[in-house]
Design a protein around this ligand. Sequence first.
Ligand code: GLA
Length: 662
Amino acid sequence: MIRPTRLIAIGAAVVAVLAPASPASARHHHQPPPAATPPMGWNDWYTFSCDVNEQLVEQTADAMVASGMREAGYRYVNLDDCWAASTRDADGRLRADPAKFPHGMKALADYVHARGLKLGIYEDVGTKTCAGYPGSYGHVQDDADSFASWGVDFVKVDWCNVPFGDFPGLSQQQVAVKLYTAYGQALKATGRPMVFSICEWDPRLQPWTWAPAIGNLWRTDNDYGSQWSQTLANLDQEAPLAPYAGPGHWNDPDILMVGKMASDTESRAHFSAWAMLAAPLLAGNDLRNMSAATKAILTDREVIAIDQDPRGAQATRLSHTATADVWTRTLANGDRAVMLLNRSDTTTRISTGLPSGAYAVRDLWAHRTASSAGVIAASVPPHGAALYRVSPLRGGAGRYPPLTEVSVDPQVPPAYPGSDLHVAEAGEKITTAAAFGDDGNTPVTNATLRLSGPSGWKIDGRPVRAPAVPTGGRLSGTWQVTVPADVKPGSYALTGTATYKWRAHTATVRSETAVRVLAGPAGSPYLSDLSWLSAANGYGPVLVDKSYFGGPLTIHGTTYQHGLWTNAVASIEYYLGGRCSRLTADLGLDDSVKGQGSVTYRISADGRPVYDSGVVTNATPTAHVDVPLTGAHVLRIDVGDGGDGISYDNADIAQPHLTCAD
Ligand code: GLA
C-alpha cells in the first residue's frame, strides 16, 4: 500500500511525496521478476550497424567488465540486426552468420555468461528484419526455442516487413498486438527467462497502451540520432507516458547516445533525462574506446540509482517552455529526483520551488550536498541538465553549506526581430547583468560579485558587495562589456564570480554565459559545405553529400555531387549574417524510395517565407528553386511530412548554391 505522507509544491504543481513502497510484495517472490528495474547493458546498432561479429561482442563483454560498467549495474550485451545468416537451415532454423560468428551463438553466450553478463539478440515479427535478414514470421516458436537453447537472455523484436495483407480487417495496431502477444508466449513457453523488448517503433500504434501486458519494454518513438533536437523529441514523447511504466515494464526512448552527442554536457543531460524516465540504459557507444568523461557519465552511481530506483515511478514534467523544463520523480525512500533541463542554446537560470522548509539537495553530477530553504535554482549551460536528489534536511541547518547560485545575463540582441539566436558583433557594447543568490538555510556574509571576460574584452563597472545576504536574498549588478573590434567567430565566456563567508568558511561560486560571435559565408559556397546552425531530422541524422543508403543524392535519374539528405520532419538553419542575396537548389524525393513518401519544402529568410513547394511525391517534377535572401541573417529550410507520417520521406536538397558578398 502507498501512503501519502506530506505535500511538496514544485513549480506550479503540488505533488504528494509518498512513503516507501511496502516490501510485502517482495516477500512472496524469491526471484525478482524479469526487468524489475530498467535493463542496463549495451546495443551495437548505433555504432556498428551491420558490422558485427564474435570478436566485437567478446571484446565488448570484456570492456564492460574492465571499464567498471558491470560493477555499476550493466549486464546485457545485445546484438542487434545482421547477426544471422541470410537463409535458414534445412530444418527452417535460424543460424548465426558463420563468417561473423564462427563458433556459433551458444559459444558466444557461454563467453558472455562466464563474465557475469547476459546476451541479447534481435529478431523481427515480419518476414524479414529491417536490414533484410530472415524474420520470425511463421517461425516464432522455432526461433524462441533456438534463442533459449543458445542461452540468450534478452530478445529485441522489430517491426519491419510485416505482411499486413495476411490480416484482412485488422488495424496495424491489432496486428501488432497479435504478433507480439504470440512472440511473448513463445518466449515464455521455452521456460527460459528472457527479457522481451518490443521494438514497435511507430508511435501512431501507441504501444504503451498494449505492450505492458506483453513485454518488458517497448519503444515509444522512431529511431533517433545523436542530435540534441532528437534527444528532446524522444524525451517530449514520454512526457505523458509515466502511468504506463513500472517494475517489469518500461517505456523505451531508444538506445543511449552518451559519448556520441556533440558534447559531454549534452551526454550528461541525455543520461539525466533517461534516468528520470526510468529508461532502459543500453549504451550505444563503442565500449572498447571511450573517453574518461563518457565512462564517468555511464558509470555515475548516483545517477544510475535514480534510473534503477526500485519504486519504478517514471518522472513527470512539472513545467515546460521552449527554453527550459523541470521534471520530477518520486523515489522509493520518499526522496524526490529533480531535473532542471536547459533545452536552449543559451545559458539559462532555471528554478523550481518547494514549500519553505529545510531540505538537503544533493547535486548528483557534482556529488555535493547543500541545504535549501525551498528554492532549487541553477544557471544551466546550453543543452545541459542539473540533476538533484531532494530529501528532508536532518541534523540541523548548519550541516551542509547553503545552496547558492550565480547567473550572468548578457543582453545580446537577436539576429533578427523575434529570433532565438543572439549574435554579437565586433565593437558592440553589451549590457550584462549578473546576480548572486542565497537559496540556503543560513545567511552568508562578506559577499562580493564580480564579472570577468576573455582577454581583450573591456568590462566597465566595479564588483558589487554586501556585508550580508539573507536566506532568499540576492546581490546583483550591471556591467558594460565591449566586444573587441578584431573579434573572430567563436563562443566567448562572461564569468560571474561570487565570494562569501558561510560561518568560518570562505566559499566561491561561479557561472559563465557564452556570447556568440558568428560570421556569414563569403563568395558562392554550397550550403552543404557550411556548418549549420542547427539541423533537426525526423529519422537519423541530416546527411551531407550522400543519401541514407550511401549513394549520391539522386532525383529523377539525375545524380548530384552536393547537397543535403533529410527525412521529414526536418528543419535546418544556416547563419548568413546579411551577406547573401540568393539560394538556388533542386528539390525532390530521393530516387532510393521510388514511389513512396511525400514531403513539403518550405524556405524562410529571417522568419519570412520565401518558398513553399506544396506536397511533393516521386511523381512531382524536380523543383528548380531560386529564392531571394537579401539582407537575411538566418536561412531556414523545413521539410514537412506531406500529411501522411514520416515513413519513406527521404527529401533531397540538391546543389544548394548560395550567392554571397566576397
Ligand atoms: C529498426 C530499429 C533499430 C534497429 C534497426 C535494425 O530501425 O528501430 O533499433 O534495430 O531496425 O535494422
